[in-house]
Design a protein around this ligand. Sequence first.
Ligand SMILES: Cc1cc2nc3c(=O)[nH]c(=O)nc-3n(C[C@H](O)[C@H](O)[C@H](O)COP(=O)(O)OP(=O)(O)OC[C@H]3O[C@@H](n4cnc5c(N)ncnc54)[C@H](O)[C@@H]3O)c2cc1C
Length: 396
Amino acid sequence: MNTLDEPLAPTAAIAVIGAGLAGSRCATALRRHGHQGRVLLIGDEPVGAYERPALSKQYLAGTRDAAELSVAGTSTDALAAAGVDVRLGAAATRLADGVIELDDGELVEVGATVLATGAAPRRLPCAPLGARVHELRNLADATRLKASLAPGQHLVIIGSGFVGSEVASTVRAAGVRVTLLEAAPIPLATRIGHVAGHWLARRWRSAGIELRCGVNVERVEPHPDGSCVQIDLAGAEPLIADHVLVAVGTAASDALFHAAWPGHGTVGAGIPVDAHGRTPVPGVWAVGDVSCRASASGASLRAEHWTDAAVNAERLARVLTGAALLPAPAAYAWSDQFGVRIQVAGRVGGDLPHQIEHDGPETLLVRYLRESGDLAGMLAIGFPADIARCRTQLAS
Ligand SMILES: Cc1cc2nc3c(=O)[nH]c(=O)nc-3n(C[C@H](O)[C@H](O)[C@H](O)COP(=O)(O)OP(=O)(O)OC[C@H]3O[C@@H](n4cnc5c(N)ncnc54)[C@H](O)[C@@H]3O)c2cc1C
């Protein structure tokens, strides 16, 4: 990993690439912790950081508009007031030691680079995007999806992960008919365990979602007259839908890093970092969804969750400025859907031994254990105090 164990020189110019949650929070925290050199935040979207989790929930439902999603303290005015230079609508296209090239040809000289470029939806070659075939990562995607759907229409969602199932929840409540296609036998089981997977499958079906597991999509093709889309399935009758959402996970937006410094893993799998956000390249750090973080157990994980991005951005700014470090937090994620909040802390699912503490129609509490019998993590629906205690216990 990065050999630079000392904090950066306080006057070093730092470029933070990616003006989403992690990048913006890191840039402002650098100033808050006393960094004196230039802090330049570069973002390819036309707007500053916004609450991406709301895209599949309140924004799609129409209960919050775009202006209400701005992340506190990250508007261009707030960043300028904090002493952060901002370039929005500008993509970094090439990295080299100490130089960043932007898409307008500008070269920026820096002493350190923080990569916070997030992730992008995985695409399916058999389902090219188009007027009726969507993906959901940013405000533009959400605006297009929202404008496309109307009550009574049929939406087929490929992939029943958090984004797919949250969209299913939101649009079902608005009167859209939803078919949710999942290749695995139990939805979300690899992410949050089979107990929660079964629980959610029951909840979705009782809310009127047509959930089909063990299904492989062979082809998604818009009708020649543009009126609908046909979804061909392996070994089953084709489906006809008004729109399709492809929600089959994400790939890290790490191509810049791997092009500049090959040999540190696979494009899309994330930028390898240690617990402090250091990459193997001196002077380069990564944080948020783009980073693949080494854990104490030696396993690497690309967390793709809001709280992890925020907490690790703050921790990275402290590392870079030499400020006191906070204790490493336990991984944490939530998902709001079908009238409940799913909360996950620490490690859950997989082969970990588990105890089902509560399993009711509206609530679920599953505790996951290490081989030693110590707590590894918890999955909870309707038990916020237990999750809070679990997070505290795991952090310490
Ligand atoms: C629809 C949706 C719902 C979600 N719901 C939840 C939830 O309920 N709970 C939860 O915990 N998490 C949720 N998440 C995940 C959460 O939003 C992310 O973990 C978080 O946004 C990660 O922040 P980030 O800053 O790392 O990446 P991002 O927010 O993706 O920001 C990265 C930014 O970098 C920009 N960028 C990329 N490449 C370049 C480049 N070359 N030059 C300049 N800029 C670049 C991108 O355009 C983007 O603006 C959700 C995500 C989505 C998409």
